[in-house]
Structure formats: structure tokens, C-alpha cells
Design a protein around this ligand. Structure first.
Ligand code: MG
Length: 331
């Protein structure tokens, strides 16, 4: 292979085949993909979940991850959040002419590593190469299909008295991308929370906890998830502000930018609602993966469709949906 990707690598001919076989097939190889038919033929049992996402993150490599890891985690996590086990993915890439072949392979390798964690495989894909300047380095789209293992998770199921938990400290992805982009050198080793969530969901399901609602707090952060749920279920979500876990370095970035950690994007952080009777068990299960998991609030009927932040001094304020674009190209 040449050191950089050329327009010829997207020509549908010999160089295109070389790119596909020496990078994508080399790492993604499996019986379905290897057939190289026009479409993958899949076998699925029972109910199926499907989700798609495009990844345009800048920079492509950041502390704790890269666009490849993000592209698999993002799609697999959306399946996991609906109680589904990720099974099959597509991978479509749009590459800018001149992109480093070595970096492309590094990205594909991270995708493969994350696919293995999910027990999923890429069964179909597409590569396009566009002239310099037509795209910024590399964009990836993944679509995933999963088998539903736990039914009934929904944003509309929240009821008064239920408990709200987070699986770990929040805002790490947004803060990491911001510092990478601005070249902020941090003394701490702040890194993205980007991670595959299916293993944690699997443990939750196996523990017998009733999962009422579950959502990964990606763009819009924890704040968007809570507001969407409050509206969809016509309830009030009351959060104890000081219970929200935020690591010091993320807090520092937030102060510098005038952001709130609840608005920052995450890529391996979810919010969970369980019946009050399951809250202790759920917290115990979550803490097996992240010490920082926390019970952050409850569902009430105080203000329908609203999220309230209660401070430790007894003051209350509404937590609204983030507006504007905090950080473009975060994922
Ligand atoms: Mg999601």
C-alpha cells in the first residue's frame, strides 16, 4: 500500500480492492463479510434493534480513544441502551485524499478491538475517497443491528418515586475533546469516557434489576437525557446537584469555559431509572465497573416535564436543555 490514500483507492478497481483487503478485511474478517456478496445475509432471533450514527470528531485521535473506537461504541451503545446485544455493524468511510494509510489502519484496529468487546462484527461496508478539502480527513458512518435481550425500556415509563442513577462521573468526553482541540496541557490524566456499554447492561439485566429507562448521555449530556425523559413521561426529575459525580479535571475545564458538566457530551456514560426498591442493588452493580457511579435523584410530580436541580443549601433551579452548539464535531 502507498503511505497515503489516493483518489485511485476509491476507484472501484484494483487500488480500491487493495485498500479494502489490506486494511478493512484484514481486521474485520468474518464468514459473512468474506463472502463479499452485494448484501450480507443475517440470522437474527426475536426482536431486533437498529441504530445508525455518523462520526466526524476532530481531532481524530484524543486521550483514551479515536474516531474508530467512537464509531463502534456510539452505535453499539445505542443498541445496548434499548436492551439489545450488538450483533452486526456496517462501516462506511469517507476518506480525504492524502490521508495517512498507517493512521487509517490504526483506526480500523481500534474498531476491531471494540467490536470484540461487544461480540459484534462488521458485515458490510463502503469506502469513498474524495479530493483534498472535500472532507476533513475522515468521516465514518456505522449502522448496527442487535438482538433485544430485555424488553420494555422506554423514555416514557418514568413514574413518581423512581430512582435516577448515573454509571460514572460525567463530562469526560466533552472536556477531553475540548482540551485536545485547544492544546490545553492538563496535569491530570483526563481522558474520554468512551467505552462499550453492553457489558455493563448485560450485568444489569442478569442481576434481575427492573430497568425502566436507560440512555447514554452523548451530545447534550446528562441534561438532555433528563429533559427528554421528563417530557416523554410527563413527570419532574429532581436531581441533587452535589450528588452528580464530576472529576476535578472536568470541573476545571468547565470553570474555564463557563460550561456545566451536565451539558457536556459523554461516550461511555449512561443514566438509568429503576424502581426505588431496586436502587441499592443497581448502585452496587454499577459500582463494580465504576467506583464513581451514583444515585443522583428521584422522579416526582412537582413540575410536569421539568428537571429540577436541588442544591445542598436548599435552593432549587430548573435544569434546561442545552442551547446553541457548545462544541461542534464532538463525536
Ligand atoms: Mg443514545
Amino acid at each position: 500500500m502507498t503511505k497515503t490514500i489516493t483518489l485511485a483507492h476509491g476507484n472501484g478497481g484494483e487500488e480500491n480492492n487493495e485498500l479494502i483487503s489490506k486494511i478493512f478485511y484484514k481486521h474485520f474478517k468474518n464468514d459473512i463479510l468474506n463472502k463479499s456478496e452485494d448484501a450480507a445475509i443475517l440470522e437474527l432471533n426475536g426482536k431486533t434493534a437498529m441504530s445508525t450514527d455518523s462520526f466526524t470528531v476532530s481531532p481524530l485521535f484524543f486521550n483514551g480513544g479515536d474516531i474508530g473506537k467512537l464509531a463502534v461504541c456510539g452505535t453499539c451503545n445505542d443498541l445496548a441502551m434499548m436492551g439489545a446485544k450488538p450483533k452486526y455493524l456496517t462501516c462506511s468511510v469517507i476518506i480525504e485524499e492524502g490521508f495517512s494509510t498507517r493512521e487509517l489502519e490504526k483506526i480500523v484496529r481500534s474498531m476491531k478491538k471494540e467490536l470484540d468487546i461487544n461480540g459484534a462484527m462488521v458485515v458490510s461496508g463502503d469506502t469513498k475517497v474524495v479530493p483534498r478539502g472535500a472532507v476533513d480527513k475522515l468521516f465514518i458512518n456505522t449502522t448496527g443491528i442487535g438482538e433485544v435481550e430485555y424488553e420494555g425500556i422506554s423514555a416514557s415509563n418514568l413514574k413518581e418515586g423512581m430512582s435516577v442513577l448515573v454509571n460514572r462521573d460525567i463530562g469526560a468526553h466533552g472536556a477531553t475533546i475540548f482540551s485536545a482541540r485547544e492544546g490545553i496541557e492538563l496535569e491530570s490524566n483526563l481522558e474520554t469516557d468512551c467505552a462499550s456499554l453492553y457489558p455493563q447492561v448485560k450485568v444489569l439485566i442478569e442481576s434481575g434489576i427492573e430497568i425502566v429507562a436507560l440512555r447514554d448521555a452523548t451530545r447534550g449530556g446528562v441534561s438532555a437525557v433528563l429533559n427528554e425523559w421528563a417530557k416523554a413521561s410527563a413527570v419532574c426529575v429532581e436531581i441533587e446537584e452535589e450528588k452528580i459525580p464530576v472529576q476535578e479535571s472536568v470541573r476545571g475545564i468547565c470553570e474555564m469555559l463557563g460550561f456545566e458538566a451536565v451539558d457536556l457530551a459523554n461516550e461511555g456514560t449512561f443514566v438509568l431509572v429503576v424502581p426505588k426498591s431496586d436502587e441499592e442493588k443497581a448502585l452496587e452493580v454499577l459500582r463494580k465497573t465504576h467506583e464513581s457511579a451514583e444515585l443522583i435523584g428521584t422522579v416526582s410530580m412537582q413540575y410536569e416535564g421539568k428537571v429540577i436541580l436541588n442544591s445542598s443549601w436548599g435552593t432549587k433551579r430548573f435544569l434546561d436543555l442545552p442551547t446553541g452548539e457548545l462544541l461542534p464535531r464532538i463525536c
